[in-house]
Design a protein around this ligand. Sequence first.
Ligand code: DAH
Length: 347
Amino acid sequence: MSLSNFLSTLDDLQQQALDAFETANDADSLEEARVRYLGAKKGALKDVQKQMGAIDPSDRKTAGMRLNEFKTKVQASFDESKARLGGGDQSSLAPTFDPTLPGIRPQLGHVHPITQTINHLMEIMGRMGFEAAEGPEVEDPWHNFVALNIPEDHPARDPLDNFYLATAKTTSEKTTSDRNVEGEQLLRSQTSTVQIRVMEHQSPPIRVISLGRVYRPDDPDATHFPMFHQMEGLYVDEHVTMANLKTVLRVFATNYLGGDVQIRFRPSFFPFTEPSVEVDFLWNGTWIEFGGAGMVDPAVFESVGYDPEKVSGFAFGLGVERLCMRRHGITDIRDLYSCDMRFLSQF
Ligand code: DAH
């Protein structure tokens, strides 16, 4: 090959390469042009280099200098286009991560089974017209005991059966024998407190449920935990009867636990209901106590300013954990509060 042929081939090629780099308008077309002109295996530069061997030795120096100039110019044009298309640094066109690596699966949380149960219970009771009511978890003895007809000497008020809180009192008020009931506070031991709070602020007819935490100093075992949840129900109107109570609980149990649930009332005693019953559901052929219920005691109506001659009502309190455990076949309440994801992620 003659020197002049070689030089004009280089001129043409250089022009084509510069045009291709300048008109490349994305990283893909630039990369394509780079492979075509500068590619180490099949690029045009490679072909030209091969032709050097066919040039007369006396012309090789000139040819070599032109080739070097070609490389520098074409490379500079490429670098410029690369900077124009995607930031100046050399690696910006290369992927910055390995897209073939498996991803890191994000850990999705979900609603705790007890919260799921609470939502479900609210939904079922809501369909029967019961509205949700709330009360504080730190209570005073009036709402936790007195208004519920639980007198001062009742064993349910024993400090060993309740979480009483140290009350802030000024030094002048404090005496060693002081058990001033007025200032005392405790973590509520039952959601029956909400009955009082609702009746203090509303007049009949009343149809509410309250779902929330209660606290008792029990040692944890398969069926006890110092913190648990109750569903309290209260229905006050004229002519409310125990038949209404049984129907509501039966409809509730059927909806929540399934069509085969049997329910049983056993005579019992609670200070705030008269008559009172224990409510049992059949569980694997055994009757299990799920809570208590009864007709609201006239003394309770009097403490909230209702006339017991005019209104009547029923109330009930069921254990939320027991309901949840019965529905899902859970046998140990402690599992619900273990934070063991192998257990919790099943729900
Ligand atoms: N408060 C009772 C308890 O914690 C449960 C209970 C019994 C609630 C009878 C009621 C009721 O509303 O009428 O053991």
